[in-house]
Design a protein around this ligand. Structure first.
Ligand SMILES: C[S@@+](CC[C@H](N)C(=O)[O-])C[C@H]1O[C@@H](n2cnc3c(N)ncnc32)[C@H](O)[C@@H]1O
Ligand code: SF4
Length: 449
């Protein structure tokens, strides 16, 4: 691939885990809007619940998540009653409507939760919401947190899926990102939780970190594959020190170039595919029998704030500081600072700080961007089916983009606009062409490959 092509299409763009993207949320959406939107959900709406735990006992210098380091458990103990209270408020607004199909604990490091606290949260959710028989309970785990009591405790809470942060096993890379974690420690978590009934294990691997080379990434990938995870997320390190000041601890001179990042991601992907995994969208892989691979094959893959998912619940309800909800009417987001979150919840039961109500144009563009990110394809017939004649201007825009593309990144096929193999690494940059907010925005994003 030419350096010129990489340079032109590696410009910083959003990761498109939502559309409109979070920088375009505004404070015109508040608790009252959220209450209204909840009251409009129908009785059998599938609900997906997300609980954000914004705490870690260490701070990895690469981290882009919404979290803070705590050296004692007290701040977590002070936070959890607010999460319970927020759940009670939302359940009260729903008045028994909705059936819960999924529950995900993310962070930060929800694996810091004391087992009794995770069990109590799980029990509260079962008491407050109708639980669907197909209910899945997933949690993100930092292996560093896994004390012996957490294995049985998390299993007792009902965890069925785990997502384990692996990042990189090379000692020099680990030093440079302040994330020391052995292979054995990581393997013990995967095996230990599987032995306790977890049916799906994901591993997060990063490329583009300081001192990583194709060789070190390949070695890490081989060690990861030896655990035979059901899924692998292969993320490019997003270096955004203007937003995450601790990333200033990362030595920028040791960061791989855009071309090296591409080589690392392709080398990792080649090895993972050779081990029998299917590629899912831009950065996930799954064993062929895994639900994610099945969804990718039949065109039902979705993308939300947690990345690629099979979760097609029309309402994602977020709990905890900074968490984002996605309802049929729009997005809502809680306040970010934990102290402010607790104060707001104690006062009114909710803590919405911002959000956005979808326009007709947002829905169309959001659909196109999600399908490009999931299938590398924007289907014209589905656009017309969903949006009728109103879809014609966007279809014309997609066609015009394909005609103007002299880099063979996309092609027009009878069913729509398809991203070519050459264009796939640049899907975010291609999707950005259909983002109506990008031109007027001032938000800065991470490099696109
Ligand atoms: C909330 S963390 C995972 C759970 C746990 N805290 C851990 O680190 O093991 C979610 C994942 O986001 C990814 N991540 C964090 N910061 C990132 C960044 N700056 N760029 C790309 N991926 C990042 C990491 O792979 C990490 O495992
Ligand atoms: S990568 Fe995970 S453990 Fe490290 S600081 Fe971020 S959320 Fe915490």
């Amino acid at each position: 691939m030419s350096n010129d092509l990489i340079a032109r299409y590696s410009k910083p763009v959003p990761r498109y885990t939502s559309y409109p993207t979070a920088p375009h949320f505004h404070d015109g959406i508040d608790d009252n809007a959220y209450r209204d939107w909840l009251s409009e959900l129908s009785a059998d709406t599938a609900l997906s619940l997300y609980v954000h735990v914004p705490f870690c006992d260490r701070l990895c210098w690469f981290c882009g998540c919404n979290t803070k380091q705590v050296l004692r458990y007290d701040p977590i103990a002070a936070y959890l009653p607010a999460v319970h209270r927020e759940m009670e408020t939302v359940a009260g607004e729903l008045g028994g409507r909705g059936r819960t199909v999924a529950l995900h604990f993310g962070g930060g490091s929800p694996s810091m939760l004391a087992p009794a606290d995770l069990i109590a949260l799980g029990d509260r959710i079962r008491a407050l919401f109708h639980i669907d028989p197909a209910f899945e309970f997933s949690i993100e785990i930092d292996p560093n947190d896994m004390t012996p009591d957490r294995y049985d405790g998390f299993a007792r809470a009902g965890v069925t899926r785990i997502s384990v942060g692996l990042q990189d096993f090379d000692p020099k890379v680990q030093q440079a990102i302040n994330r020391l974690q052995s292979f054995e420690q990581t393997r013990d978590v995967v095996e230990g939780m599987r032995a306790r009934g977890v049916t799906s294990a994901n591993l997060d691997i990063l490329y583009g970190l300081p001192f990583q080379t194709v060789d070190t990434v390949e070695r890490t990938v081989d060690q990861a594959l030896s655990m035979r995870p059901d899924r692998i997320a292969l993320f490019g390190y997003a270096h955004v020190p203007w937003m995450k000041t601790h990333q200033k601890m990362i030595d920028e001179t040791a960061l791989p170039s855009a071309g090296e990042r591409l080589d690392q991601s392709q080398a990792a992907a080649t090895r993972i595919l050779a081990a029998g995994y299917r590629q899912i969208g831009i950065d996930h892989f799954a064993l062929p029998a895994d639900h994610l691979a099945v969804a990718a094959a039949d065109g039902t893959l979705r993308r939300n704030f947690q990345g690629y998912t099979t979760d097609d619940a029309p309402a994602l309800l977020g709990f905890g500081a900074s968490s984002i909800g996605n309802l049929p009417q729009g997005y809502v987001q809680n306040v970010t600072a934990t102290a402010e979150y607790i104060r707001r919840i104690e006062a009114t039961g909710l803590a919405i700080a911002r959000g956005i109500a979808f326009t007709g144009d947002d829905r169309q563009r959001g659909y196109v961007i999600e399908r490009l990110m999931c299938d590398f394809h924007a289907p014209f017939a589905a656009l017309r089916r969903r949006f009728g004649a109103a879809a014609e201007p966007l279809i014309a825009e997609l066609r015009a983009y394909a005609f103007a593309d002299s880099d063979q990144l996309v092609e027009l096929t009878p069913s729509g606009l398809t991203i070519t193999e050459r264009g796939k690494p640049f899907v975010r940059a291609i999707a950005a062409n259909f983002d109506a907010y990008l031109a007027r925005g001032t938000a800065r994003h991470s490099i696109a490959v």
